[in-house]
Design a protein around this ligand. Structure first.
Ligand SMILES: CC(C)(COP(=O)(O)OP(=O)(O)OC[C@H]1O[C@@H](n2cnc3c(N)ncnc32)[C@H](O)[C@@H]1OP(=O)(O)O)[C@@H](O)C(=O)NCCC(=O)NCCS
Length: 192
């Protein structure tokens, strides 16, 4: 599995990144609110460009493990976030997801839509067995989103990740393929 063309949800397109996305991506990667619970950021322009080029290079890797996708609004074509799908075992049976959105677009249901798109990609297209997400215990938006979608809280890790110089506690949330309820009637997958 290498390149994907797109996963379309009701209002969003999750698609491969390109360098043209730089300005939109830098807007949220340089925002302290967005990166508050993340191990990196806020980014300088150089850091955003460096990571974007690295992530674009994943698209051509043999046995690709990491998919960092642009989250594009269908109505304006603006890239309002990133959706991450990371294969965590060589048999392609377990994957970790991640997501972040421009803070001007929070609390409009886009987070739920992104995660539903990633679940569709993982369970219906890539045929993985288990998808998990790790988030800061104080990241109320992410905790609520994952619970609402039906993830099970399985772990509570103490001082697991160093964020902005401080050790942070994390929850691990997971879902198995047999637990996946396809709430993604509107999702369309386009292969390359
Ligand atoms: C976490 C994040 C993706 C949520 O995105 P979003 O588009 O605002 O989420 P949604 O609108 O789909 O909301 C999902 C639910 O969570 C709630 N929610 C969202 N943000 C919240 C917050 N800060 N506090 C409490 N509840 C919140 C919403 O109200 C909604 O619940 P409801 O349907 O009962 O009203 C977004 O806040 C973000 O990008 N944060 C920064 C990056 C990040 O922390 N990523 C996750 C790393 S694990």
């Amino acid at each position: 599995m290498t390149g994907i063309a797109a996963v379309e949800t009701e209002r969003l397109v999750l698609r491969e990144l390109s360098e043209d996305d730089f300005e939109d991506i830098h807007e949220f990667k340089s925002d302290l609110q967005v990166v508050k619970y993340l191990t990196w950021g806020p980014n300088s322009r150089e850091q955003t460009l460096h990571s974007l080029r690295k992530q674009i290079a994943f698209q051509n890797e043999e046995n690709r493990q990491i998919y960092v996708l642009a989250v594009e609004l269908k109505c304006t074509k603006k890239v309002i976030g990133n959706a991450l799908f990371m294969v965590r075992d060589p048999d392609f049976k377990t994957a970790e997801i991640g997501y972040f959105i421009n803070s001007n677009y929070w609390k409009k249901g886009y987070g739920i839509e992104i995660v539903n798109g990633l679940l569709y990609l993982g369970f219906n297209i890539f045929d993985v067995h288990r998808i998990y997400a790790i988030c800061d215990v104080e990241n109320a938006g992410s905790v609520k989103l994952l619970k609402k979608i039906g993830f099970r809280q399985e772990g509570h890790f103490i001082k697991n990740l160093k964020v902005k110089g401080q050790w942070r506690n994390n929850y691990l949330f997971a879902m198995l393929s047999e637990e996946f309820i396809n709430r993604t009637e509107n999702v369309v997958f386009k292969s390359k």
